[in-house]
Design a protein around this ligand. Structure first.
Ligand code: HEC
Ligand code: HEC
Ligand code: HEC
Ligand code: HEC
Ligand code: HEC
Length: 251
């Protein structure tokens, strides 16, 4: 019999710590998110859930431009007032910090949380204004918001519901957050974008028929029929961009 040079006991000493190490290093799903410290303790929960302020009251560029934008100090001032005339929460130390920034003419140095590399094109407006009918019919079916709120089904469901729900499809339950954080570990990765883009009608079946012999003779008509069926042509007769083309997201 060939005896191993390692005794089973030695193996145990090797395996047990390795398994323990793996358990510790793997991010468990119950881990608290790492919260970034902001210059003012601004709470989305307080403003959105408790005081019913809509997302786009403050992030007013979301449907108009690439950037959703963080509101300027003057937006805060509209409700809270300046040092000279304090309105909502006159005695709050945190709101006073905001009033001081205003008095000095400085912007509030908020720390950015969601940030894509510069070689990626991400237009908020295209997402906020997209028709929900652009998705394949099954998209978002079978979502169980209690069980798996961040599953692809639920994100698609929220996106199709529209309104402030649409922001939550990508940013999570911001109305419940005291401090904003990234809810998806893979937020902003290429896979994260494509996972959804592939659920848009025509993203998969877009290949040209012209490349096959059968399609060659009637390539134009066949293409036109297929594109119309997949709703790839807008009401104005323009072609919608292909959701999985590199140039759609890269400069
Ligand atoms: C549409 C009105 C509105 C706008 C705009 C607004 N707030 Fe508020 N804010 C409120 C209300 C209402 C409260 C709750 C006050 C209370 O409970 O007494 C509040 C509470 C706060 C508090 C907590 C105060 C405390 O100590 O309890 C902070 C901090 C704050 N706001 C900061 C800001 C900042 C910074 C901005 C701008 C980015 C802003 N707010 C914009 C209405 C507004
Ligand atoms: C009263 C104004 C106000 C309202 C209403 C508001 N926000 Fe904000 N939001 C801010 C301010 C100020 C910041 C920057 C400070 C911070 O990160 O908390 C911010 C930051 C964010 C960020 C993080 C930006 C980054 O750096 O990546 C997201 C995402 C966001 N808001 C989404 C939402 C959504 C979704 C809603 C509606 C459910 C909403 N906000 C409603 C004022 C507001
Ligand atoms: C399809 C996904 C998606 C949707 C829907 C979406 N966002 Fe974003 N949001 C992003 C991404 C990606 C970034 C990072 C953009 C960058 O760095 O260029 C971002 C960044 C932000 C920021 C940081 C400032 C900025 O513009 O870069 C704010 C604030 C924000 N989003 C608010 C909102 C609000 C409010 C809504 C709904 C009206 C919304 N977002 C809808 C994906 C989304
Ligand atoms: C939850 C779904 C979803 C996610 C996630 C998502 N998108 Fe989109 N995206 C859409 C939809 C829907 C449209 C609009 C399609 C239309 O109406 O033509 C769109 C359109 C776009 C367009 C405009 C294409 C054009 O018409 O020129 C760009 C660019 C884009 N997305 C980039 C991104 C990037 C980059 C990411 C990841 C950071 C991303 N998207 C994440 C759903 C999504
Ligand atoms: C739906 C949007 C989208 C499409 C379509 C897309 N990309 Fe990307 N791509 C991204 C985003 C977002 C990132 C940034 C990922 C990150 O920061 O982790 C990225 C990153 C990359 C990178 C850099 C990887 C790195 O780690 O530096 C390369 C290379 C790339 N993409 C190539 C392509 C090619 C080639 C195609 C076409 C086959 C393509 N992409 C299509 C969104 C997209």
């Amino acid at each position: 019999m060939i005896r191993s040079r390692f005794s089973p006991l030695a193996l145990l000493f090797l395996v047990v710590p390795t398994v323990l190490l793996l358990c510790v290093s793997a991010t468990p799903t119950w881990a608290e998110p790492k919260l970034i410290e902001q210059p003012i303790a601004f709470s989305h929960k307080l403003h959105v859930s408790q005081n019913g302020i809509a997302c786009q009251y403050c992030h007013l560029y979301a449907r108009r431009s690439f950037s959703a934008g963080v509101p300027p100090v003057s937006t805060c001032l509209g409700c809270h007032g300046s040092n000279k005339m304090k309105i909502v929460a006159p005695d709050s130390a945190e709101v006073n910090k905001m009033r001081d920034y205003w008095a000095q003419g400085d912007p509030i140095p908020w720390v950015k949380i969601h940030d894509l590399p510069d070689f990626v094109r991400f237009p908020h407006k295209k997402h906020i204004n997209a028709e929900s009918s652009r998705f394949v019919d099954e998209a978002g079916q079978g979502c169980n918001l209690d069980k798996a709120p961040r599953s692809l089904e639920c994100r698609l469901f929220q996106f199709r519901t529209g309104g402030d729900q649409r922001c939550q499809a990508c940013h999570g339950a911001v109305p419940e957050m005291e401090v904003v954080y990234k809810v998806d570990d893979n937020f902003g990765s290429m896979g994260w974008c494509l996972e959804c883009h592939l659920q848009v009608k025509g993203a998969v079946e877009r290949k040209r028929t012209g490349s096959t012999l059968a399609g060659w003779f009637h390539a134009k008509e066949n293409d036109a029929k297929r594109e119309a069926a997949a709703q790839l042509v807008s009401d104005k007769g323009y072609h919608n961009s292909n959701m999985s083309d590199c140039v759609t997201c890269h400069y």
